[in-house]
Design a binder for this molecule. Structure first.
Ligand code: LLP
Length: 397
């Protein structure tokens, strides 16, 4: 295996930071995830200071990336944990998040997961159906506990994002529909071990059209009014996550515009006196801090196409294959004139393709490539398909 040092061209400025970081890594076998913890801290700091201006609380969506050094910093900057499985709750506790800063969402929580979360007295279950409410009540009764619950309501607001990561429309499986609310309220009144403490919304992910959040606020205000009309004042309002990042120009937009994002909620959400507003951000906090570093194994010249075959594939980063997601690909080794490639992985699937017809500096065996903006929903979604080894995570700061 050639040294990473040798695979880096020394001249160009564009990726110089990434290159500087890689130079220190010497013999790290590819593919691996490279995380810039400095950038991560700066991002957390910006988000936290923008949110705390309005006394907003952020629970970090652990599903985006739950690696130990990531969670350590999330906790250091005062975020809570938003979990979607019993194992995420377990990991949050293990990493030292206190139970009152843990929320547990998900459309299909198992009895074992609910029992575990009840046992540890987490802050809140985000509850997605009347059936689930009845089950949580029954399990809480068995443990002689009160379960704090926020109702996840499907507000039927279009997030204007990829259809596979839209969650807040009537056609989606998530949340309680507005027309069910009357029945759900009646049910809650008959459930002695449920304490209703809030409302929860999450309409989708990778939202770059910020006007969508204005629409969400308007709908949340209507729904809150509906609850108030029925004599219910709820202490917590959770408006989910979803703020998008710039996959096309990572270097120009390393840190998302948290100021504008939180200002929209401050201006448009009718917060009741004493009410706490919660957010569940994942991608916007961690995406730009991670790159998948991979090497070119082979170049295959076809009649109509050139293929650059990498040592990373859909097993390491499946977003392009699953959602046709774009990740910027950079050749860190070559400064030759550009050629058009299909950039593909080694997996035995035609869909194992990161990008078609991209222009890259002429690429050769052992060139080092970076797939950018891969810190969120990258490593966590990797698999061992084809009995592949799990890629390492490497941290620089
Ligand atoms: N809250 C709930 C209830 C969620 O379902 C999610 C993400 C979040 C918060 C965090 O959303 P974020 O701030 O990260 O957008 N694997 C997909 C993304 C799936 C998002 C699932 N839910 C991807 O790679 O694009």
């Amino acid at each position: 295996m050639s040294l990473i040092n040798e695979a880096l061209v020394s001249s160009t400025e564009t990726f110089s930071m990434l290159k500087d970081q890689l130079k220190e890594l010497k013999n790290e076998p590819t593919p691996f995830y490279l995380y810039d913890l400095n950038l991560f801290e700066q991002t957390l700091e910006k988000a936290q200071s923008a949110a705390s201006k309005y006394n907003f609380q952020v629970h970090y969506a652990m599903k985006a990336n739950s690696n130990k050094p990531i969670l350590r910093l999330v906790k250091k900057y005062g975020f809570g944990a938003d979990c979607v499985s019993g194992n995420e709750v377990k990991r949050a506790l293990k990493r030292g998040f206190s139970p009152e800063h843990i929320v547990f969402a998900g459309v299909g929580k198992s009895d074992a997961e609910i029992n575990f979360a009840l046992k540890h007295d987490i802050f809140c279950f985000n509850c997605e159906s009347s059936h689930e409410l009845a089950v949580i009540n029954e399990l809480a009764e068995q443990q002689d506990k009160m379960a704090r619950v926020a109702l996840r309501i499907n507000p039927n607001v279009d997030a204007n994002t990829h259809k596979h990561i839209t969650t807040g429309l009537n056609e989606n499986k998530f949340g309680i529909n507005i027309w069910e609310l009357e029945d759900v309220l009646q049910l809650i009144q008959s459930l002695p071990n449920i304490e209703l403490i809030g409302l929860h919304f999450h309409i989708g992910s990778q939202i770059t059209d910020l006007t969508v959040f204005n629409n969400l606020c308007a709908r949340v205000n209507e729904i809150q009014d509906w609850f108030n009309d029925r004599g219910l004042e709820l202490p917590h309002l959770n408006v989910g996550g979803g703020l998008g990042v710039d996959y096309y120009h990572p270097d120009q937009n390393l840190i998302p515009d948290f100021e504008s994002y939180f200002a929209i909620f401050n201006e448009n959400l009718k917060v009741r006196p004493g009410q706490q507003v919660h957010f569940e951000l994942g991608r916007s906090l961690v995406a730009q801090c991670g790159s998948l570093i991979t090497k070119v194994l082979y170049i295959k010249k076809g009649r109509t196409k050139n293929f650059a075959i990498l040592d990373a594939g859909m097993t390491e980063l499946m977003r392009p294959m699953l959602y046709q997601a774009y990740h910027k690909i950079e050749n860190l080794s070559s400064v030759l004139p550009e050629v058009k490639y299909d950039v593909v992985g080694p997996i035995c699937e035609s869909t194992d393709c990161f990008a078609k017809d991209v222009m890259l500096p002429e690429t050769n065996r052992h060139d080092l490539m970076a797939l950018r903006t891969a810190g969120a929903y990258g490593e966590v979604m990797s698999s061992e398909y084809n009995l592949r080894d799990k890629a390492n995570a490497v941290y620089v700061s």
